[in-house]
Structure formats: structure tokens, C-alpha cells
Design a protein around this ligand. Structure first.
Ligand SMILES: [Mn+2]
Length: 442
């Protein structure tokens, strides 16, 4: 069985929280549809995160209408049962199952959406929806509002306000409830198994694709939905390509392997990066660079406190990285000039943190009134400083050219100080060296 940590009551509690924020309005979400992979075959379905967050339903072609203004409150539209279609493309929950198994107060076949939506929106003060996300949903809602407006003489009262539901949902998703946290912890625990297995199987001559397969085997066999995003396994200077997902090179002695991979459980994502020496030992030059990134990682984590913000974390990490780079002779302009003129971008082009949750780059604003928002208890973010020395960098000593290192942890902001959710995955260089090559590649 796939791992699930989320009871039906958790989805009901989320719907109640969101309904209280709708101010007498209605929320309309679409779970999404199958996407073509090639010709007539499709990717495995993965529902929209907001939709799943409130329903737990994983079927394509489903619409949620959550009504704060009247009964029934929780309405689902789903594909109707169809014995023949289900033989080909899998079981469907159907309207009856939507009521019995997913707790809908009312449920109808998807084909009745256009006909029923006006009545469901009648009397709602506002409609909350992901504007512009799904053309079909936009059209259905706008038609319903327009239809109600035309019938205003007969007493129908259309919503006067359309709001972007992603703002409301994003704010709620930012503060992880106990079930979201349980899902995240499970996703991270499984991700950790994958990372440790990858380190243990690492040795020269193994293919990046084999490490990728091992990670995803660990994820799936332990009941995760699968990888939460495209697994990155980069040996040597492939580590300097930030979104390297080809994973088709061989891992060479004397080089490092960067793995950025996370499992998904109940549609919550782990997101972990570790960098390991392929031959089992960091060279002195690699170790120098590793220690700088590790110091930045630890500095960033220490700053992930209530009231801090991700700009403060980023700047604290940047200073550590720049001081380290200057110490290696890679920033002859000096630390202050490097920070001011962003000269470090040559070696560190990305930001340090993103929100983590149901989406690996999770929902929720990063700024409020254009200033970075203060961290609150329950926020989960990544701390992922890195340094990537281009293979062509003639400033760098030969032993550092083409070396890429990133160390990424997932951190829960708490009143008592940050909790590192990814603490079970080694990042101390001695601990990594002790693990690398310890078991045969299966
Ligand atoms: Mn990340």
C-alpha cells in the first residue's frame, strides 16, 4: 500500500478553515486532467495541489465547489462510473463514492457542471478560483456568473467579486497543520532512505542513471507516490547544471556526485540535496569548498527563526560563501564588493530558500507589501546554499574546476528554534565518507 498519513478528517478540517475565509463566498477548484506523454499515452495523474489539499481525491476531471453561503457546503463533480471506460483507464469514484468515501454533501457527474454551477453560485458574495489556471474552469464560472446576472430580475444574485483562490489557499498551506507536517515528515523520512542508499551504493564506474533508479526504487518501495520532482544525479561538472535531469553519465573516481531528490507522500514533497565523493574521499580542494557550503548551510539554518525572513537567511549565507570564496582566491575584488556587485553569482546563481509543502516550490507569498515576510511557526522552507565552479574558470585552482556542491535541508520554523527535518541524512563530510561505497549496488 502507498503510505498515507492523512485521515478524511484532516481534509474536512482544511475545508472548514478555508470556508471561514471565504466571507460568504464560494470556492471553485479543478483537480486537473490527464496530460499526454506521447501520442495516445498519458503521464500518471497527479492532482492539483490545492484541490487535493481540500479533498484527498486523486482522480482527473473533478471539480470542487465549497460554499460558505448555503447548504450543501461541500459539492464535488466527478466523472460518472462507466464499466467499459474503467476497464481501460482505471476505477472511478463516481458521484456515489464522492459522497460515501470523500464526504461530499452532494456530488454529480462532471457533465452536469455547466447546468448546476449557476445555482450553486447564486447568492455567493464572491467566487474564489485559480484565475487563468484552467481555461475550461474559467469559462464555466464566468458563464455561470453571466447567466445569473441576466436573471437578476428574477431574483438571482450573482457574485460580484472574483478572487484568486491561490492567495487564500497559499496562506493556509504556508502554516503546516499537523497532518501536513506528518506527510512532510514521512516524505522526508523516505527521501532520507533513498539518499543514504545512494551514498552507500556510490563507487566509480556506476552510472548516474543507476543511482537515480536506486533512489526512486527506495521511494516507491517504501510507499511514496514517487519522486516529488525530477531526480537530479550529477557527477563531476554535471553538478554545475542546476536542473540536470538527464542522469546519463558515468560517475568517475576523484569527482563528486550531487544528488537533489525527494519523495512525495500524500502529495507532500521532501527536497534534499547532498554531495558525496565518488571514490569515498574528498580531495583537500573539494573538502575546502565543501566546508564553505556546509558552514553557509548551518548559518542559514540558525537564522531560520520566528521573525527572521528568507532574505536575511540568504544574505547570511551569501556572506559565508563570499568569505570562503575570497579565502580561496576566487573573489579578488573582496567580499564587500562581491556582495554589492553580486559577483558571487558566477559561483552561486540561485537563491537559498523556497517554501516546501504540497508543491516542492510551495504556495504562499514570499513578500508582503514588497518586503520579505517574517517567518512564522509552522512554515517549512529549504536552506540550500551551493557553490558551482565552472569547468572553464581559469581563476580557480585545477582541483576545483568543474566542482559543484549543494547541501539542502528542509527546516520547520518553530517557537523553540528551527527543527531540521532532514537531520537523518548525513552531511558531515566524515559521516558521508564513512557511508560511501559501503554496500553493493543492487
Ligand atoms: Mn529545493
Amino acid at each position: 500500500m502507498l503510505r498515507s498519513t492523512t485521515p478524511a478528517s484532516a481534509y474536512a478540517a482544511r475545508r472548514a478553515r478555508i470556508a471561514a475565509l471565504l466571507d460568504g463566498g464560494a470556492l471553485v477548484l479543478y483537480g486537473g486532467e490527464l496530460r499526454t506523454r506521447s501520442n495516445d499515452t498519458e503521464f500518471r495523474f497527479r492532482p492539483d495541489s490545492d484541490f487535493h489539499y481540500l479533498t484527498g481525491l486523486r482522480e482527473p476531471g473533478a471539480v470542487l465547489v465549497l460554499r460558505a453561503h448555503a447548504e450543501p457546503r461541500f459539492v464535488l463533480f466527478v466523472r460518472p462510473r462507466d464499466a467499459e471506460a474503467e476497464v481501460w483507464s482505471g476505477r472511478r469514484v463516481g458521484p456515489e463514492g464522492a459522497r460515501d468515501r470523500f464526504g461530499a454533501d452532494a456530488a454529480y457527474p462532471l457533465g452536469e457542471l455547466a447546468e448546476r454551477l449557476p445555482k450553486l453560485l447564486d447568492g455567493a458574495r464572491s467566487v474564489h478560483m485559480p484565475l487563468g489556471r484552467w481555461r475550461t474552469l474559467d469559462q464555466a464560472v464566468l458563464r455561470a456568473i453571466d447567466g445569473l446576472r441576466r436573471r437578476n430580475r428574477w431574483g438571482e444574485t450573482p457574485p460580484e467579486l472574483v478572487r484568486d483562490a491561490r492567495v487564500t489557499l497559499g496562506e493556509d498551506r504556508m502554516v503546516k497543520d499537523e497532518h501536513a507536517l506528518a506527510s512532510l515528515r514521512a516524505a522526508i523520512e523516505i527521501s532520507g532512505h533513498g539518499h543514504r542508499a545512494a551514498m552507500a551504493a556510490l563507487r566509480p564506474g556506476v552510472g548516474e542513471h543507476q543511482i537515480e533508479a536506486l533512489l526512486e526504487y527506495e521511494f516507491r518501495r517504501r510507499g511514496a507516490d514517487g519522486p516529488a520532482y525530477g531526480t537530479i544525479v550529477g557527477g563531476g561538472d554535471n553538478a554545475c547544471i542546476l536542473h540536470y535531469v538527464d542522469n546519463d553519465d558515468v560517475l568517475r573516481d576523484g569527482e563528486l556526485m550531487l544528488v537533489d531528490a525527494g519523495a512525495e507522500v500524500d502529495l507532500f514533497a521532501g527536497d534534499i540535496t547532498r554531495t558525496s565523493p565518488i571514490g569515498g574521499r574528498f580531495s583537500a580542494a573539494q573538502r575546502d569548498l565543501y566546508d564553505i557550503v556546509l558552514a553557509a548551510n548551518r548559518t542559514g539554518i540558525a537564522r531560520a527563526e520566528v521573525g527572521s525572513d528568507i532574505d536575511t537567511i540568504h544574505r547570511a549565507c551569501l556572506r559565508v560563501l563570499c568569505e570562503g570564496l575570497a579565502g580561496l582566491g576566487l573573489l579578488p575584488e573582496g567580499v564587500d564588493a562581491a556582495l554589492e556587485q553580486e559577483l558571487y553569482k558566477r559561483y552561486y546563481p540561485h537563491r537559498t530558500s523556497h517554501w516546501l509543502g504540497a508543491d516542492v516550490h510551495d504556495a504562499g507569498h514570499y513578500t508582503l507589501q514588497r518586503t520579505p515576510r517574517p517567518l512564522q511557526p509552522g512554515f517549512v522552507l529549504t536552506i540550500e546554499p551551493g557553490l558551482y565552479i565552472p569547468a572553464t574558470d581559469d581563476r580557480a585552482p585545477a582541483g576545483l574546476r568543474g566542482v559543484g556542491i549543494r547541501i539542502e535541508d528542509d527546516v520547520l520554523v518553530r517557537d523553540g528554534g528551527p527543527e531540521v527535518l532532514t537531520a537523518s541524512v548525513p552531511k558531515d563530510p566524515a559521516a558521508i565518507e564513512a557511508l560511501v561505497g559501503q554496500s553493493p549496488l543492487p
